[in-house]
Design a protein around this ligand. Structure first.
Ligand code: DHB
Ligand code: FE
Length: 296
């Protein structure tokens, strides 16, 4: 059987009915999207001759993995795909330049302490080196950005993020801050060095990665949102260029221009990194995406 089976009249009628195409109410855009998604599943079933047992195995996997969808999406390359799609749409309208965007990931927490000046991110003891990171936030013409806030979050030396740490050993905002910048646009912070991250062992993401012969590791990295009135909010991260997984990130979050190599000296490591923002074309451009985020 070929996927042409899905194009036959009875199946197309089923698709119309299943997606509410001929129903009165509901959202037309959503109907069209739902129809295409159901059809894509049907095409995959026929193309790979998926059996009833295999299909229900997949449903069970999704049910059990629901709590890890935020991890499966980057692992499947879809969060990175969204970045590539936004980049491509930008370039179509002649928008380019500035620090590259890259995935937010699932581990941001709203409401981290808002601090000023040289910030310490780490509240908890952690027997590891100290990271010192600093630089400037500028606009497209190199002008210092006014009233910027840098949101920064990263894992501890065990690769766990506060709030999501299964060992429950971290305080809620360990390695998380919002830093309000002065008129010169300079930021600086120090913290306990993060280590590479691995997906929770035995979880849905781990099982999926193993089943397709992949791993669930990310290089050590530091996440940022950079926001300022009049500028586009930037979602990005730096990954340590000397990490063994720098060129093999399971979440596809590493990008050219975002792989600084820490200058490691004794018990300290230094990273100098500047952020360049794009000007906001609209008020909406300044906003964060409306993605649901954890609150502590
Ligand atoms: C995942 C974890 C991260 O720390 C990150 O930045 C991106 C993705 C994940 O578990 O999928
Ligand atoms: Fe992360």
């Amino acid at each position: 059987m070929t996927p042409d089976f899905v194009k036959t009249a009875p199946i197309q009628t089923l698709l119309d009915r299943a997606s509410g195409m001929n129903a009165e109410g509901g959202d037309d855009r959503l109907k069209a999207i739902v129809r295409d998604l159901i059809e894509a599943v049907m095409v995959a079933i026929v193309k790979h001759d998926i059996s009833e047992s295999e299909f229900w195995q997949a449903v069970t996997f999704l049910q059990q993995g629901a709590g890890e969808f935020g991890l499966i999406v980057p692992g499947a390359g879809i969060e990175h795909f969204l970045d590539l799609y936004m980049d491509a749409k930008d370039s179509e309208v002649g928008l380019s330049g500035g620090t590259p965007r890259t995935i937010e990931g699932p581990l941001y927490v709203e409401g981290a302490p808002l601090v000023e000046g040289e910030a310490n991110l780490s509240d908890d003891a952690d027997d590891t080196d100290t990271l010192h990171m600093s630089g400037f936030v500028t606009g497209p013409d190199g002008e210092p950005v006014q009233n910027a806030v840098v949101h920064v979050w990263h894992a501890n030396s065990q690769g766990w993020y506060s709030h999501f740490d299964p060992t429950r050993e971290q305080t809620p905002f360990n390695n998380r801050r919002r830093i309000r910048l002065g008129a010169d646009g300079r930021y600086a912070f120090h913290s306990k060095m993060p280590n590479g991250y691995s997906v929770p062992p035995g979880g849905a993401t781990d099982r999926l990665m193993k089943a397709i012969g992949r791993h669930g590791n990310r290089p050590a990295h530091v996440h940022f949102f950079v926001e300022a009135p009049g500028y586009r909010t930037l979602t990005t991260q730096i990954n340590f260029g000397d990490d063994p997984f720098a060129a093999d990130d399971f979440a596809f979050g590493t990008r050219e221009g975002l792989l600084p190599v820490p200058d490691r000296r004794d018990k300290s490591a230094f990273i100098a990194f500047d952020f360049q923002l794009q000007r906001a074309a609209s008020k909406e451009d300044e906003n964060f995406s409306t993605r649901a985020r954890a609150k502590a």
